[in-house]
Design a protein. Structure first.
Length: 396
């Protein structure tokens, strides 16, 4: 058996009231981030996901500029922080999920989650990854709802009734920042689309966008042949959060999957957002958009989960590592975590997501040590045999 450790997530939230002395948290060490008019720039995301900019200026008045990213090992969201002004001209910020394939699923955008693989040979189709990952299943709208492949879900007001869709997660504050979930793989061999990524853009002073500025946090598309839909499932849209004392201009933000029921989350936090105009994809994301004045980027005492060991072997949260369990070892193996800044009881979920076949989930309640900021706890979970499996630990 092999186990691949994956970045853990916590789905808790906390609020901090507005302050006039807001700071984006940037130390300015990156300097100015500039993408000239008509050019495409691709940046490697730092290990912690944070770009500490002085100012950010993307594009000019003509010729679209594009800013893309290469994911880091820990698959963190993107944090563009500036000590000064952020100016979006004619530009695109690109963090979409990857397209579904045959049989592979699409990759999630930065901070997002992969689609499940389709069935191939002796390998079973896989579920989509992420807290709202779609379950594997059959193709077609005429299939029994209990068997039809599921789509990734992040936020939705009206989720279709078939049972294999993912379930909503996260919160309207976007604390913590989490990307979209992947769609399930199919019995016909098509993978699911990857979920859209997650990005936070913050300025200590002002964020302004002109008509023509675009943030792409879409899911990847389902499988198509010659531009015709042939099957597979969609992932969910991702997450976009914008924070500054003054936010103004026209923001075109797309954060949805292939339909109005698989939308992501969008949040504006500012002391003055009265001059913001939104341009959404068919208006689908509207229910997932929130405005507020929660003027904080990284809450100082945010609860945190760290995976410490799997099957008795130490791992770190710096990115995926492979743990190999010797043949003939028991399938029941311990998973150990370190919990920081939790209340009396941490309600967790351990998710095992194999490379082929369905994922399994196990609820786990941890009593926090009285008076201690950090608690270490362990539980036993049953791993599938002889298959690469990703381990996630989330709150529920």
């Amino acid at each position: 058996m092999k186990i691949i450790h994956h970045t853990t997530l916590i789905l808790a939230a906390c609020a901090v009231s507005a302050r006039a002395d807001f700071s984006s948290g940037s130390n300015g060490s990156y300097g100015p981030l500039t993408v000239p008019a008509g050019q495409t720039v691709t940046l490697q995301i730092p290990p912690d996901g944070i770009f500490h900019c002085t100012t950010i200026t993307l594009g000019g008045t003509t010729g679209q500029s594009t800013l893309k990213f290469i994911k880091n090992a820990a698959n963190t969201p993107v944090y563009l922080l500036a000590t000064g002004d952020v100016q979006f001209n004619v530009c695109a910020i690109s963090i979409p999920g990857g397209a579904a394939g045959t049989p592979q699923g699409g990759a999630g955008g930065p901070g997002g989650f992969d689609g499940g693989r389709g069935r191939q040979g002796g390998d079973l189709e896989a579920d989509g990854e992420g807290p709202g990952g779609g379950r594997n299943g059959e193709l077609g709208t005429n299939s029994d709802a209990a068997l039809r492949v599921g789509n990734g879900v992040y936020f939705s007001n009206s989720i279709p009734t078939w049972t294999r869709n993912g379930t909503p997660y996260g919160n309207r504050l976007l604390l913590p920042l989490i990307g979209g979930s992947g769609g399930g793989g199919t019995t016909a061999g098509y993978g699911g689309a990857g979920g859209g990524g997650a990005i936070l853009i913050a300025s200590t002073t002002r964020i302004k966008a002109v008509d023509g500025a675009f943030i792409d946090a879409l899911s990847g598309p389902p499988v198509t042949v010659n531009n015709r839909y042939v099957g597979g499932s969609t992932g969910s849209g991702g997450a976009v959060r914008i924070v500054a004392p003054i936010i103004e201009g026209v923001f075109r933000i797309y954060a949805t999957g292939d339909g109005p029921n698989y939308i992501g989350r969008i949040r504006f936090d500012g002391l003055d957002t009265s001059r913001v105009t939104l341009n959404l994809y068919n208006g689908w994301e509207g229910p997932g958009v929130n405005f507020g004045n929660n003027m904080v980027v990284f809450p100082p005492e945010m609860p945190k989960i760290e995976l410490v060991s799997v099957a008795g072997q130490a791992v770190s949260s710096s990115g995926p590592q492979t743990v190999t369990i010797a043949p003939g070892s028991p399938v029941l193996q311990p998973v150990q975590v370190r919990l920081t800044n939790f209340p009396a009881v941490a309600k967790l979920k351990v998710v095992l997501s194999p490379e082929n076949g369905p994922r399994t989930e196990q609820n786990w309640d941890v009593n926090i040590d009285a008076g201690g900021a950090t608690t270490t706890a362990s539980t036993n979970v049953t791993f599938p045999s002889n298959v690469l499996t990703r381990v996630f630990v989330w709150t529920r």
